[in-house]
Write a protein that binds this ligand. Structure first.
Ligand SMILES: NC(=O)c1ccc[n+]([C@@H]2O[C@H](COP(=O)([O-])OP(=O)(O)OC[C@H]3O[C@@H](n4cnc5c(N)ncnc54)[C@H](O)[C@@H]3O)[C@@H](O)[C@H]2O)c1
Length: 468
């Protein structure tokens, strides 16, 4: 199969062209012939025009690629090596929602032929590939696993917004259902992953390897968040404590913050689910999830307490939240914990405006029912010195809209400039160099300044400053 792929006698298909699937599909398409399969025609249409719907890749990434974007099973059937990279979210009860994964598996099962390979890249709990996906592939295709078709698992490590650690320059974990499949799958990935692959001993090890990377991070951030709650009660700054402790050679550098998005805040629940199936109830993983999931509400309450201390009337107080994406310098708003801060403030009767230079107003409205506001033109000067390049995305007037500007009915409104509290919730590059005068110019006399990520530490002395 390897030579047939290289000689373009057969094709590789990527099923699910999102943050993970599209870069992989394009990278392979520089070497071999690729079918990019997705169920969203709207997204496919953008990709056919060289546009990444996730806004991570430049149009040049599509240049020179041998790729056919399709939602047709007839076209999908022309492949022999399938990579599945569809979402694996959780439901409202924090349980794994395998619907997209099983639907994608059904599509592959319908076109599976003798000799084909299927490699899963979606993040799953250990056992999911062999116990949930393989039986479905067998029942739909009427083929025998291990005899007629083979399966592997290779998790993805890309990190949205991270231009340093990419698919091609980061070692990739690879696994197969037997030694022959491990060899072939490794060779195929080595076409595009320059530092090579790590050959895991079996599929479950590769699945667990991925999930523990993110669980470890989640638990460590939870520890920092808990530390931050304690420091706040003591009356000392968490970052100063971490700076001091960080001078020891083996101190791990984690920081407090909101844990949102579709990986770190989600994947530990997959591991918890598997543990429950095996009659073990994880304490540390769940504790980490509890602490991190509570941080939005905690920050909201801290803002309220600070406003009360300043003698503000909470009912009708105004707050501006800057940043709504799940982390800095990305447009992705999925599972953003900033929304927890907004909801907490609103529950107290505080009126909240939200701005974000990177998020799409349509998506924010669709996902959370929140209308993004704009910054009026006379505040542009602050953003020019903060980040020249992003000025036009950040600051808009009614006739100077960003590329994200929605059409009616949710036209954006300018912020009102009399806020009692400003919350810099996401450390977007556009915000990092904003001077104190900017915040003073949009707030009332006595105002609360909340710096979730601590980026304005020692820079704000004319407002009531608080950070995690
Ligand atoms: N985004 C990341 O940074 C990242 C990093 C590592 C691992 N992962 C994991 O990779 C997987 C994919 O995540 P993502 O962020 O790329 O998701 P995504 O939401 O960006 O994209 C998923 C794509 O799959 C398509 N899709 C959904 N159901 C489908 C189906 N039945 N058939 C074909 N296409 C379908 C969607 O239309 C979309 O284009 C998840 O398991 C995630 O946990 C993500």
């Amino acid at each position: 199969m390897y030579n047939d792929l290289l000689n373009k006698k057969t094709r590789l298909a990527v099923v699910g062209l999102g943050y993970v699937g599209l870069p992989i599909a394009l990278e392979f398409a520089r070497k071999i012939s690729v079918i990019g399969f997705d169920i969203s025609e709207a997204r496919l249409e953008k990709m056919r025009n060289g546009i990444d719907p996730g806004k991570e890749l430049d149009p040049e990434a599509f240049e020179g690629c041998d790729i056919e974007f399709t939602s047709s099973l007839e076209v999908l059937a022309k492949a022999t090596f399938y990579i599945v990279a569809v979402p694996t979210p959780i439901d409202n009860a924090n349980m794994p929602d395998l619907k997209p994964l099983l639907e994608a598996t059904t599509s592959v099962g319908k076109v599976l032929k003798k000799g084909d390979y299927v490699v899963y890249e979606s993040t799953v709990y250990p056992g999911c590939t062999e116990e949930d996906c393989v039986p479905l592939l067998e029942s739909i295709s009427w083929l025998r696993f291990g005899v007629d078709f083979k399966v592997g698992y290779s998790p993805e490590r890309i990190n949205p917004g991270d231009k340093l650690h990419t698919l091609t320059n980061t070692v990739k974990i690879v696994s197969g259902c037997d030694s022959e499949s491990l060899d072939l799958i490794s060779k195929i990935y080595e076409m595009v992953v320059q530092p090579g692959v790590f050959r895991a001993s079996c599929i479950k090890v590769a699945e667990a390897g991925k999930i523990v990377e993110n669980t470890q991070r989640d638990v460590n951030i939870a520890l920092m968040n808990e530390l931050s709650i304690i420091c706040s009660r003591i009356g000392i700054n968490t970052y100063e404590v971490l700076e001091a402790a960080g001078t020891k050679w083996n101190f791990l550098k984690f920081y407090p913050g909101l844990v949102g998005g579709h990986c770190i805040g989600v994947d530990p629940y997959y591991l918890v689910h598997k543990a429950h199936q095996l009659k073990y109830h994880p304490q540390i993983i769940n504790a980490g999830r509890f602490v991190n999931d509570s941080m939005g509400g905690y920050i909201g309450k801290k803002i309220v307490k600070n406003l009360v201390r300043l003698g503000k009337n909470i009912m009708g107080a105004k707050a501006l939240v800057m940043g709504v994406t799940f982390k800095e310098d990305v447009s992705d708003i999925r599972n953003s914990k900033v929304v927890d801060i907004i909801r907490e403030l609103e529950e107290y009767g505080i009126s909240v405006d939200v701005v974000d230079p990177q998020a799409s107003p349509q998506e924010v409205m669709h996902e959370y029912g929140i209308r993004l506001s704009t910054l009026p033109i006379h505040l542009q000067q602050y953003f020019q010195c903060s980040d020249q390049q992003s000025t036009h995305q950040t600051v808009q007037t009614s006739d100077q809209r960003s590329t994200h500007q929605p059409s009616q009915p949710f036209a954006q409104q300018a912020i009102n400039e009399t806020y009692d509290a400003v919350v810099v919730a996401v450390s977007h590059k556009e915000y990092k160099n904003l001077p104190q005068e900017f915040f003073k110019s949009i707030t009332t006399d006595k105002a609360v300044f909340v710096d979730v990520k601590g980026i304005f530490r020692n820079k704000i002395d004319q407002m009531t400053y608080w950070s995690l």
